[in-house]
Ligand binder design. Structure first.
Ligand SMILES: Nc1ncnc2c1ncn2[C@@H]1O[C@H](COP(=O)(O)OP(=O)(O)OP(=O)(O)O)[C@@H](O)[C@H]1O
Ligand SMILES: [Mg+2]
Length: 256
């Protein structure tokens, strides 16, 4: 199963991706966290894993990947970068950092002034996720860049579950409408995780966005904020993530 986590900047996507990944791993699953965010570097620290070699670099860098996409094009369509499916064990070992059954892969980051747009990272993410074949006991947790660009690029087309993380802001509520509409175009539905708020605010927001699609509420936690400030690893003791884990496992059972 592939779970994509999206939301507004700073809403808590990477925090929730890390906590969910760790909790699912303790339930006996092999978890591949896929970092598709082209800008931020915090996810590996939150997971307590080393930064692996970026997949983009492994494939020869942005220019090589773009040349490959266009070299194989037909009728103006970019060609896929990979011709075959990948299982987790087939990913080049230098592109994965791991501890027990928790794996991290990074697609690629923007590193240099004036290096151009991040579209090649989006193309590579989409292609990688489409070709990623998972065993029944594997779950991919995909952390994304803030906003809607990944949905615009079609990264979500191969995922089974779309989770939108909302913090207590008007912008998050607006984004929930926009992402729901975009997901509908791809025949997907979005479920919501309310983060960094108190119960009264969570109830207010649930009433606005549709209670039936809210699958988890994670209150504001001073510990999470402090660990975020110092760039520390998050363990699952920092908050109760069980509601979200159960939702994911129920969905996993329905899919299998
Ligand atoms: N439930 C929470 N309680 C308190 N602080 C939180 C909570 N969830 C996340 N944070 C803090 O909010 C900040 C942003 O979190 P995080 O990096 O996970 O967001 P993000 O959506 O991934 O951001 P970006 O869009 O930059 O990738 C971090 O400092 C994190 O520690
Ligand atoms: Mg993030």
């Amino acid at each position: 199963m592939k779970i994509l986590i999206c939301g507004k900047g700073g809403s808590g996507k990477s925090t929730i991706a890390s906590l969910l990944a760790k909790d699912l791993e303790t339930q006996g699953y092999r978890i591949l966290v896929v970092d598709t965010d082209e800008s931020n570097y915090g996810l590996s620290a939150q997971l307590g894993l080393e930064k692996p070699k970026e997949l983009m670099d492994q494939l020869g860098g942005k220019k090589t990947v773009v040349d490959k996409m266009w070299a194989g094009r037909s009728a103006g369509e970019k060609a896929p970068i990979f011709s075959e499916s990948w299982g987790i064990d087939e990913i080049p070992s230098e592109c994965v950092s791991k501890k027990d059954n928790l794996y991290l892969l990074q697609i690629g980051k923007v590193k240099h002034f004036g290096e151009g747009c991040a579209c090649p990272m989006g193309g590579l993410s989409k292609d990688f996720l489409t070709r990623l074949k998972l065993d029944p006991k594997d779950i991919a947790v995909i952390d994304t860049e803030a906003g809607v660009e990944h949905l615009g690029r079609g990264i979500a087309s191969s995922v089974d579950v779309l989770l939108l993380v909302l913090d207590p802001s008007y912008e998050s509520i607006r984004l929930s409408e926009k992402i729901s509409a975009m997901a509908k175009e791809a025949n997907k539905s979005v479920h919501f995780v309310l983060n960094k708020m108190d119960k009264t605010t969570a109830d207010k927001i649930s009433n606005k966005i549709g209670k039936e699609r809210v699958v988890s509420f994670i209150p504001f936690s001073q510990t999470i904020q402090d660990k975020g400030l110092s760039g520390e690893e998050l363990d699952t003791q920092v908050t109760d993530i069980a509601e979200l884990t159960s939702y994911v496992l129920r969905t996993q059972q329905e899919l299998n």
